[in-house]
Design a protein around this ligand. Structure first.
Ligand code: SAH
Ligand code: SF4
Length: 381
């Protein structure tokens, strides 16, 4: 399998260009095409000499994600289902920070990205793991999610401007050659897959997305979510980049956690907490606990006590997320009153906590749901 051009760092490209006797500024031009202009093919790179383009074409692949399905309205949560070069499906979800409730346009955009096709961790409540693990995403497949969403949004803007009269600046350049500012300025690695089980590719992709010559997205604006792979959390703590870390806790005792998350039997709370403590000491207040509220499983007020104790110990804030029902799974979301009571009990214990009014719940935006549905509904491809 040939390496994709978007799996390479600037240093690797420099070494390659040097071995070809190409001047260093050609690397800068190439990177500009890839990450600032979001070029979708070699031919768009008009200021690179043709022989160089041919050399690149012959050495590296240049894959772009193919949009299979897009759900959701412009300016609210939008879900993208992508087909990869081998036909596998993954999802990304675009979440505007201000969901334009009063007609204003949303400013910041967060993109939720996937890191694997399927997931091997088999959490009992999750759609991503239902059909098991297929493969890791390569660095370029992770990076491309950001570029492909931005390409799709730019295309939208272009079409919109052609179709309606608008005050917005005219986009004369085709989307594949436009040097527009980055639309996405926040990344959450919370899509399909367990990111820390694809550690090398994840880190390489995040370095590219963070680098000034690449995505230019601040490390503190990148959150990695994990089901609790303690050894990899320790490894991440030793990395120089200051990524935020979200722990999918969902249970504050081993009994509750092991019932819904098999990973807890391998890395029980004591081990997970110790790894998180190392992360916290190394990085400061960068931890969040994700806590899905599932009726009758982890939503009793008693559970707030061990949860508050853990959060305080690790200076973590708690994100409460009412469970998003998955077709074929027995779990249910608690009523609104129960969710509010759980939140208040945490606040009473002085734990910073939020209760998410699940954005995108109505468009199957919870992890893995759109892919699962599509895999099951589309005829075999
Ligand atoms: N594997 C990683 C990241 C992907 S899952 C992890 O587990 O952290 C992203 C988040 O979505 C996790 O917190 C996960 O527990 C949560 N999630 C999975 N299924 C869900 C559902 N049906 N409703 C709400 N959240 C869900
Ligand atoms: Fe995998 Fe995360 Fe889903 Fe668990 S919650 S099955 S680790 S994607």
């Amino acid at each position: 399998m040939t390496t994709d051009i978007k799996s390479l760092t600037r240093e690797e490209l420099k070494a390659q260009f040097k071995s070809w006797n190409e001047p260093a500024y050609r690397v800068t031009q190439l990177l500009e095409w890839l990450y600032a202009r979001r070029a979708a093919n070699w031919d768009a790179m008009t200021n690179l000499p043709k022989p160089l383009r041919e050399k690149l074409r012959g050495t590296f692949s240049f894959n772009c994600l193919q949009l299979v399905l897009k759900q959701g309205a412009h300016d609210t949560t939008q879900k993208f289902l992508w087909k990869l070069a081998d036909g596998a499906l993954v999802e990304s979800v675009l979440i505007p920070a201000n969901p334009a409730l009063y007609g204003e346009s949303s400013d910041r955009h967060t993109l939720c990205i996937s890191t694997q096709v399927g997931c091997a961790y088999g959490c009992k409540f999750c759609a991503s793991g239902l059909d098991g693990w297929k493969r890791n995403l390569t660095p370029d497949e992770i990076v491309e999610q950001v570029l492909a969403v931005e390409r799709a949004q730019m295309r939208n803007a272009e079409c919109g401007m052609r179709n309606e009269k608008s005050d917005a600046p005219k986009l004369d350049t085709p989307h594949s050659a436009l040097r527009a500012p980055r639309l996405i300025d926040n990344i959450v690695v919370m899509g399909m897959g367990e990111p820390l089980a694809n550690y090398e590719n994840l880190l390489k992709a995040l370095k590219i997305l963070n680098a000034p010559w690449g995505g230019g997205i601040g490390a503190r604006k990148i959150t990695i979510s994990t089901s609790g792979l303690a050894p990899q959390i320790r490894r991440l703590a030793a990395e120089p980049l200051q990524f935020r870390l979200a722990i999918s806790l969902h249970g504050a005792t081993d009994a509750v956690r092991s019932r819904i998350m098999p990973v807890n039997r391998k890395h029980p709370l004591k081990e997970l907490t110790a790894a998180c403590e190392q992360y916290q000491i190394q990085k400061g207040r960068m931890l969040t606990f994700e806590y899905i509220l599932i009726a009758g499983v982890n939503d009793s007020i008693e559970q707030t006590k061990p949860l508050a104790a853990l959060a305080k110990k690790l200076f973590a804030k708690v994100n409460l997320i009412p469970y998003n029902t998955v077709e074929g799974l027995p779990w249910k979301r608690p009523g609104e009153t129960a969710c509010e009571a759980f939140l208040r009990a945490l606040e009473k214990q002085k734990v910073p906590a939020t209760l998410r009014r699940e954005k995108g719940g109505d468009i199957d935006a919870a992890c893995g749901q759109l892919r699962l549905k599509t895999e099951r509904e589309l005829p075999a491809r």
